[in-house]
Design a protein around this ligand. Structure first.
Ligand SMILES: Cc1cc2nc3c(=O)[nH]c(=O)nc-3n(C[C@H](O)[C@H](O)[C@H](O)COP(=O)(O)OP(=O)(O)OC[C@H]3O[C@@H](n4cnc5c(N)ncnc54)[C@H](O)[C@@H]3O)c2cc1C
Length: 512
């Protein structure tokens, strides 16, 4: 039966997507969206800034976009990738997509910061592998990997998996850096199976990552249904095969702004500055109390981070994963990027000690060359990401907990110090714009066993008082990428629109 009234909790990208699709697909249902803060979008945080400076006697003026949160989207690799592109089409944002072709320097040039403080290119082709400082480690790891034994452990850390299959050098250098870049976490803490399911599947089905990559892990049925979904996008489904990733003109805020606009046009009741403070059952309905009012609703879609939902319901495992905090410092230098760094996406820093990485930097994004900045003045935009496991307050194995600053302005000096060490050319150049952000508890660290805990959560919702009343979506469960978030919202709305109930965690029902 179609619910008369659905309340979506949390107005980040996931909650906005859920509210939009619910209003669109269930026109007779009243949809309410409750957001704690005064703005919609959650971690999506794009802003335009005016820029003005003098270079070689010339007055340079223009506007630039800076991202404090997510900026790039992958056109493949997760269940949500196709849903994201479909969403952009349905929101008439196809024209705002800014693809990065596979041949673009941003796709080909990704670096690690080596222990000596120099940039080391990650191999992107057979030829570049031959010149790579990682040649020995990758060749040895790659050639012996297919002969390594499978693990009997159901889930293990990313570090343990890479160490076991590809050796300590790859685990310490590549895997730790990759996890810094995606999860802002320590690879020894993150579940391989939840964070990189494709690698887990490769070992499970082919006995090897290398063989899994070469032979694939999907069944013919899975491949056919995937192809059908891409085909539904029309020419875009084909075009995106040539992309490494994409951004949006104006930043990812273009998407959340359009969603916010459509949600209101479709009659969703949006309440800003309304943190949900309590949830209770009232006969067959749920009473949702906020700091301002009370809403009686027949169904809830929670797009809150799980630790924010935890105090409102009696359900297991909502606080099982710690969350990392990250410093994001956008710096704009009045120089063409080519005078500062090689064209590329940026660099990551493997797990390192205080002598090599005194500021606790995770990586730096070369914003001027990572994404399309057409129309912007020729400035060098850099984003320093720092903190994460280096600031963790949870018991971690990362070794060197640093104190997390309490004010974002405290991040500026260490970020500049780091950049000037890596790019001495910046020694005498002052940024024309600095935007430091301190994102507290922004990314969940899926600890090993995450999938099993989601199964328990699914069972608790399906069999207890929340049965047919609560769906869980967002970055706390099945992936932190923007594609995963959109995908989770779309899947739940699909089920509700077809008259089914959905916990949002059906995927984990058979997890073992
Ligand atoms: C710095 C950074 C960079 C990233 N870069 C990328 C990237 O390049 N590509 C990518 O794919 N992903 C990236 N991610 C991940 C991605 O941005 C997030 O996983 C995603 O935006 C999460 O969206 P969400 O709606 O699930 O959660 P959130 O954005 O956390 O939204 C939850 C909302 O709930 C609200 N809320 C909380 N408590 C309450 C309450 N009690 N009542 C009502 N509302 C409440 C919050 O205010 C918030 O608006 C990045 C994340 C960060 C932090």
């Amino acid at each position: 039966m179609t619910p008369k009234h659905i309340t979506v909790l949390g107005g980040g990208l996931t909650g906005l997507t859920a509210a939009y699709r619910l209003a669109e697909r269930l026109p007779s249902t009243q949809v309410v969206l409750l957001e704690a803060t005064q703005r919609l979008g959650g971690w999506v945080d794009s802003h335009r800034y005016p820029i003005q400076y003098t270079s070689d006697g010339k007055d340079i003026r223009g506007e630039i976009v800076l991202e404090g949160g997510p900026r790039s989207i992958r056109p493949r690799g997760s269940r949500g990738a196709v849903k994201m592109l479909k969403l952009l089409q349905d929101l008439d944002l196809e024209g705002s997509i800014r693809p990065i072709p596979n041949s673009h320097p941003s796709a080909r040039n990704r670096f690690l910061l080596g222990p000596s403080g120099s940039l080391q290119a990650l191999p992107s082709s057979a030829l570049s592998l031959l010149r790579s400082p990682y040649l020995r480690d990758l060749l040895f790891g790659g050639l012996t990997e297919p002969f390594r034994r499978r693990s009997l452990v159901l889930d293990e850390s990313v570090d343990a998996f890479f160490r076991r299959r590809l050796g300590p050098a790859i685990a310490d250098k590549l895997a730790s850096a990759m996890v810094h870049g995606i999860y802002a976490a320590d690879s020894r803490d993150v579940s391989l199976r939840s964070a990189f399911p494709i690698l887990h599947e490769a070992e499970r089905k082919r006995g090897s990552i290398v063989l899994g990559m070469l032979l694939g892990t999907k069944s013919p049925e899975e491949k056919r249904s995937e192809k059908e979904s891409w085909d539904e996008l029309g020419p875009l489904g084909k075009e995106r095969e040539g992309w490494s990733l994409y951004g949006l003109q104006g930043g990812l805020g273009t998407l959340t702004s359009r969603l916010a606009e459509r949600v209101r046009q479709l009659g969703v009741e949006v309440h800003l500055g309304n943190p949900v403070t309590a949830l209770s059952m009232k006969d067959t309905n749920i009473e949702v109390s906020t700091s301002e009012n009370t809403v009686l609703t027949s169904r809830l879609v929670s797009a809150l981070p799980p630790h924010r939902l935890a105090p409102l319901v009696t359900l297991p495992n909502l606080r099982s994963n710690p969350l990392t905090s990250v410093g994001v410092i956008n710096l704009v230098f009045p120089l063409p990027p080519a005078q500062v760094h090689p064209a590329g996406f940026g660099y990551l820093i493997p797990r390192s000690g205080p002598s090599q990485n005194p500021e606790g930097v995770l990586g730096v994004i070369f914003d001027s060359t990572a994404l399309d900045t057409e129309g912007e003045p020729p400035v060098c935009k850099l984003t320093v990401m720092m903190g994460g496991p280096y600031w963790s307050s949870y018991p971690s194995t990362s070794g060197r907990p640093m104190e997390r600053p309490s004010n974002p302005t405290e991040l500026v000096s260490p970020a500049l110090q780091h950049l000037r060490r890596v790019f001495p050319h910046l020694q005498d150049v002052e940024p024309v714009l600095i935007r430091p952000k301190l994102h507290i508890e922004c990314i969940p660290t899926y600890l090993p066993g995450h999938g099993g805990r989601l199964r328990e959560l699914h069972e608790a919702i399906s069999s207890g008082p929340w049965k047919h009343k609560l769906s869980l979506v967002g970055s706390g469960y099945g992936g932190i990428g923007v594609n995963d978030c959109v995908g989770s919202a779309e899947e739940v709305v699909d089920a509700l629109a077809q008259g089914h109930s959905a916990t949002g965690l059906e995927r984990w029902a058979d997890w073992s």
